[in-house]
Write a protein that binds this ligand. Structure first.
Ligand code: NDP
Length: 321
């Protein structure tokens, strides 16, 4: 069996690619994952209220939004397989995709939408307070009433941490930036903005070691990385901004990746260095990382795949034996 198009991944990028490719009668097959990279549906499956996805004036729960995208992909003619891809071979054509359930699928084109995983610290108490004070996305969760006029903490010293700290000053009374070393890694301009902001206090050489509270987060225990001294910081929020890991382990030997491991795409397109393979969403984007930008690039990848397939092959036929 040779499929026209296989889509790997099921976040906003994967489902949007599936919707567009399905409507273009490519009969896409989507490996939506099973346990690799978290729950199928991507990072929005572990968020609560999403208030910045256009079309939902009152906001929408992340899992509900993904459920809607999934239904729309099915309705558009995509076949969804709830299984993890464990190997790909882009050196042969048609490409070969193998799944954990020992399914082997050949495909004329592949769109990779495996996303990225926000790094967590896995602190004691973290599971309990995840979405109840602890988050890894200020833009997604900053407007939560929990943080209104409260003290909150951001962990990290890179551009993400600084950007998140600045963003959170819109909601919080005070933002504590917890930096494990005595320097910020963020760009100079961004550094100046936090250093001069009267709502942001930087705690140098500070590492959170545990989280505490009743129903919701109330306090973070911090250790001085130099002296080992421990102190408690009363906060309603703790935001991790310690980087993301792109889910590109499968592609390491086969596709061009940047130094941080993200798939390189060409110019304004979603094309990878292998003709017939595209990448969309967070797996190729460490700058915007939004559901809407992921969805947009999923659309781009499907349109590019459709054009490429119609130039290369006689498509619009059912998958052939
Ligand atoms: P970075 O890798 O740049 O920074 C991660 C930060 O988290 C560092 O300060 C690091 O500390 C800290 N950190 C890592 N692990 C831990 C830990 N276990 N405990 C405590 N602190 C930890 O990641 P970013 O997500 O900030 O940025 C990734 C890339 O994306 C960068 O190239 C950045 O420039 C870019 N970016 C660009 C933006 C823009 O242009 N607007 C916005 C956001 C990101 P340490 O320094 O000690 O290692």
């Amino acid at each position: 069996m040779v499929e026209n198009l296989v889509i790997i991944g099921s976040g906003p990028a994967g489902y949007t690619a599936a919707i567009y490719a399905g409507r273009a009668q490519l009969q896409p097959v989507v490996f939506e994952g099973f346990s690799a990279g978290g729950i199928p549906g991507g990072q929005l499956m572990s968020t609560t209220e999403v208030e910045n996805f256009p079309g939902f004036a009152e906001g929408v729960q992340g899992p509900k939004l993904m459920q809607q995208m999934r239904q729309q992909a099915l309705r558009s003619g995509a076949t969804l397989i709830t299984d993890d891809v464990i190997a790909v071979d882009f050196t042969q054509y048609p490409f070969l995709i193998a799944s954990a359930d020992l399914l082997e699928v050949k495909a004329q084109a592949v769109i990779i939408c495996t996303g990225a995983t926000a790094k967590r610290l896995h602190l004691p108490g973290e599971e309990k307070f995840w979405n109840n004070g602890i988050s890894a996305c200020a833009i997604c969760d900053g407007a939560n009433p929990l943080f209104a006029n409260a003290d909150i903490a951001v962990v990290g010293g890179g551009d993400s941490a600084v950007e998140e700290a600045l963003y959170l000053t819109k909601y919080a009374r005070k933002v504590h930036l917890l930096v494990r070393s005595d320097r910020l890694r963020a760009s100079k301009t961004m550094q100046e903005r936090v250093l001069n902001h009267n709502q942001i206090q930087i705690h140098w050489r500070s590492l959170p070691i545990s989280t505490h509270g009743d129903e919701v987060l109330g306090c973070v225990r911090i250790q001085d990385t130099q002296t080992g001294m421990v102190s408690d910081l009363t906060v309603s929020g703790l935001f991790y901004a310690i980087g993301h890991t792109p889910n590109t382990g499968l592609f390491q030997e086969q596709l061009a990746l940047d130094e941080a491991g993200y798939i390189k795409t060409e110019g304004k397109s979603t094309a990878t260095n292998i003709p017939g393979v595209w990448a969309a969403g967070d797996v190729q984007d460490h700058i915007y990382r939004q559901a809407i930008t992921a969805a947009g690039s999923g659309c781009m990848a499907a349109l590019e795949a459709e054009r490429w397939l119609s130039q290369q092959h006689s498509v619009f036929i059912s998958a052939v034996a």
